[in-house]
Design a protein around this ligand. Structure first.
Ligand SMILES: Cc1cc2nc3c(=O)[nH]c(=O)nc-3n(C[C@H](O)[C@H](O)[C@H](O)COP(=O)(O)OP(=O)(O)OC[C@H]3O[C@@H](n4cnc5c(N)ncnc54)[C@H](O)[C@@H]3O)c2cc1C
Length: 310
């Protein structure tokens, strides 16, 4: 198998996934293949499908928790990096780093994707999860997506992608994002740069710094007037947006700072679990269950994970 996989990219055997996730958690993968061109990626996926091998895709590893036992099969690490900008149309490979693409679009005098400067990981992962920040989301900028599915490369139109809050069709059915087509708008270069700096300053103030994490653990919760009964007042801002912050619910449940092993609910942001150093996936999963129970007890709300647990 090792020799066969080598035809598609660099291969590592028994590779600790903790080295490849922003959480710095995760046991070993039997095989870890890094691909750097879309052509190699497609051929590798065809090969794995034909062999019936179990695999999963790893982009930037910034939205996942890999269990301590690791992964039996092949981890496909996408590091394709082509960007093409023509007028207001942008085409980016799945492996392009989201922060980098945001910077390139601003450099090209385009606007609409400045918020990407605060989102770790790759464009493939961002499309799959309809990533968003500071009021922007992938669904606002995507025009179509090229996808590998069942041995073929197909193009999904915007509507085919079925984007929703932190959701796309790629969460429901097999398919690997190969490339994203974005449509942006022309702008003043300086305006985009200013916006990026403001986004980053805001993040630095509101998110924990200096610890490994995987971003927000839970999805925010839809506000349904009349249906939810809280023992405390819900801030006007959440009611207006129609979304209750999961971090706020965690805080109300008294879980900020709670700790299991080396995993801690960040004292800065209730929706971040940080790895204080050497946390196991078991620590995190135990803490996540405790948070869900406490939030249910205090608010009657069932939280759902935003992160992928592998
Ligand atoms: C400090 C921090 C801050 C964050 N802030 C935000 C934020 O503001 N907004 C936000 O939305 N997210 C945020 N996140 C989460 C994360 O950055 C995004 O979800 C990101 O888009 C994930 O991309 P990735 O490449 O790292 O995905 P990965 O973690 O590698 O993968 C996530 C899932 O997508 C799948 N996947 C990856 N690539 C592909 C592909 N090409 N085709 C099909 N499936 C694929 C994987 O198999 C996995 O199931 C943050 C994370 C961190 C650590």
């Amino acid at each position: 198998m090792y020799q066969q996989l080598k035809e598609f990219g660099a291969v590592k055997v028994n590779e600790p996934l903790a080295k490849h996730t922003t959480f710095k958690i995760g046991g070993p993968a039997d095989f870890f293949v890094t691909v750097s061109t879309t052509a190699d990626l497609v051929e590798l996926l065809k090969f794995l499908d034909a062999e019936g091998m179990a695999y999963f895709i790893l982009g930037g590893g910034s939205n996942m928790l890999v269990r301590d036992q690791g992964f039996q099969g092949v981890v496909v690490n996408i590091q394709t990096d082509q960007i093409n900008i023509s007028d207001t149309d942008v085409v980016a490979d799945a492996g392009v780093v989201t922060v980098h693409l945001a910077q390139e679009t601003v450099k090209a005098g385009l606007n609409g994707f400045e918020w990407g400067v605060g989102v770790p990981g790759t464009i493939g992962g961002a499309v799959r999860g309809n990533a968003g920040a500071m009021g922007g989301e992938m669904k606002d900028v995507i025009s179509s997506v090229d996808v590998y599915r069942d041995g073929e490369v197909v193009t999904f139109s915007y509507d085919d992608c079925e984007f929703d809050y932190r959701h796309s069709i790629f969460k429901n059915q097999p398919g690997v994002v190969l490339r994203a087509h974005l449509r942006l708008k022309k702008t003043e270069d300086i305006a985009g740069k200013k916006k990026m700096i403001e986004f980053l300053q805001y993040r630095n103030k509101t998110q924990p710094q200096g610890f490994a994490s995987t971003g927000c653990i839970f999805k925010n919760v839809e506000f349904v007037p009349g249906k939810q009964q809280f023992a405390f007042d819900v801030p006007e801002e959440f009611i207006k947006k129609g979304k209750i912050s999961a971090g706020w619910l965690v805080e109300k449940a008294g879980m900020k700072g709670a700790q299991v092993g080396q995993a801690q609910v960040s004292p800065v942001h209730g929706n971040f679990v940080v790895n204080l150093g050497g946390a196991s996936a078991h620590d995190v999963l135990t803490l996540v269950e405790q948070i869900k129970e406490k939030v249910y007890d205090t608010s009657g709300i069932e939280l759902h994970e935003e992160i992928q647990i592998i």
